[in-house]
Ligand binder design. Structure first.
Ligand SMILES: *Cc1c(COP(=O)(O)O)cnc(C)c1O
Length: 421
């Protein structure tokens, strides 16, 4: 397995792009592989190496790469132009579809990324309540905007620099933190701040340091305590939306938040973000209300066409039922492997999300930090050499796609066994 071409591209890239990449988690040391193409469950680099992909663009590619139906929808739209700066029926169709699946969403606004979605959702919550503070979960990741880059997951955790330079302390002084799965801490923080508290934002399954699942009735209790204290509850379902079920984690766990953010899967692999919620909240958004939000690429027709196509395939082909069962099977086989080998490792996950933790199964951010991240990174490299591309960090979720075959999974388990040894 050679990586000569990737190494050469990296030499050029690192003088132009910080770390040689366009987003931090892609900067795999000593240099990343540069991708030439991807199809189904496979991703191929410029040196011709093919990998079974469990990174899947960090979540969006639930049907695998280059799915023919999605591709056809995008191509059909390209023929008609791909950006107008005017409204289209496509965005109305996609909005109807989403609102029909998410009871928490009466109205919504399309944006281009998950980052914009959470940034705007928090602004809307503040505008609606007239309050400034909000609570996030330690290790929760809600994109890369100022107010949420405090003990944030994803690349920020991996780098060990949870707080970014360049963010004035004043911009995060309204951002409060609690550990996941600790309803007492949540309740007391809400009660002591209730007069100034606009919202709680939470990933219902922590995907950016995990997957870490909510324990027992945690989500229901968070719903109850927010409601009792007149605090809005925002589910950040940028990963879990259309991943756990068509109606996301809120359908899976039967908990209805006041607002929801979506992204990743819902654009079929094209850039997208969505924030929505109760009508009286989202009507606050400009131009119907006084909370300003705007975007050149928002609701762009290629993303909307791809989004409609992916949702159709997910529904028609019963993807979640089949894929979630595959996920259960994969996790069970991995757990057996780990225990047969006598390792103190733990396999966690839900639906088509999974991860092997090099340590105890974590239930929050502090616990996940105790896992052996250097050991994991070495394991990642060995898996790559065996033709399996896992996300390059102990803190990123692995995803399974509908394109992964039984043969892919058998090969993957063989690679786990060989490399865990
Ligand atoms: C990926 C992610 C975001 C940010 O979305 P981008 O499209 O990368 O801006 C926000 N929240 C969660 C939970 C995510 O996983």
């Amino acid at each position: 397995m050679g990586l000569e071409k990737s190494e050469k591209i990296y030499e050029r890239a690192k003088t132009l792009l910080p770390g040689g990449v366009s987003s931090p988690v892609r900067a795999i040391k000593p240099y990343p592989f540069y991708t030439a193409s991807a199809n189904g469950s496979k991703i191929t680099d410029v040196d011709g190496n093919e990998y079974i992909d469990y990174c899947l663009a960090y979540g969006p590619k639930i049907l695998g790469h280059a799915h023919p139906r999605i591709k056809a929808a995008i191509v059909e739209q390209l023929e008609k132009g791909w950006l107008y700066g005017t409204p289209t029926e496509l965005e109305v169709n996609l909005a109807e579809k989403i609102a029909g699946l998410y009871p928490s969403i009466d109205m919504l606004r399309f944006v281009s990324t998950g980052t914009e979605a959470t940034m705007s959702a928090i602004r809307a919550a503040r505008g609606f309540t007239g309050k400034n503070k909000f609570i996030k979960i330690e290790g929760g990741f809600h994109g890369a905007h100022d107010a949420v880059l405090v003990k944030a997951g994803s690349g920020a955790t991996t780098l060990g620099k949870p707080d970014s330079m360049g963010i004035p302390g004043d911009f995060t002084k309204y951002t409060l933190q609690v550990p996941f799965n600790d309803i007492e801490a949540m309740t007391s923080l809400i009660e002591s701040n209730r007069d100034e508290l606009a919202a709680v934002i939470i990933e219902p399954v922590m995907g950016n340091i995990g997957p870490i699942l909510p324990e027992g009735d945690y989500l229901k209790e968070v719903r109850k305590v927010t409601q009792e204290n007149d605090v809005l509850l925002i589910f950040d379902e940028v990963i879990t939306g259309f991943r756990l079920a068509m109606g996301g984690a809120q359908e899976y766990y039967g908990v209805t938040p006041d607002m929801t953010t979506l992204g990743k899967i819902v654009g079929g692999g094209m850039p997208i973000g969505v924030f929505g919620g109760r009508r009286e909240i989202i009507e606050m958004i400009a131009p119907s209300g006084g909370v300003y939000q705007a975007g050149t690429f928002s609701g762009n027709p290629a993303s909307a066409a791809a989004g409609i196509a992916v949702l159709e395939v997910l529904e028609k082909e019963n993807v979640h039922r089949i894929l979630n069962a595959k996920g259960d099977e994969l996790r069970a086989r991995l757990s057996d492997l780990v225990s047969d080998m006598g390792l103190d490792y733990n396999v966690c996950g839900i639906a088509s999300m999974f991860k092997i933790f090099f340590g105890d199964a974590p239930s929050n951010y502090q616990e996940v930090l105790k896992c052996d991240k250097e050991g994991y990174f070495e394991f990642f490299h060995r898996m790559l050499k065996s033709g399996v591309f896992l996300p390059p960090s102990q803190f990123e979720t692995n995803f399974l796609s509908f394109a992964h075959t039984d043969l892919d999974i058998d090969r993957t388990l063989e690679a786990y066994e060989a490399n865990l040894k």
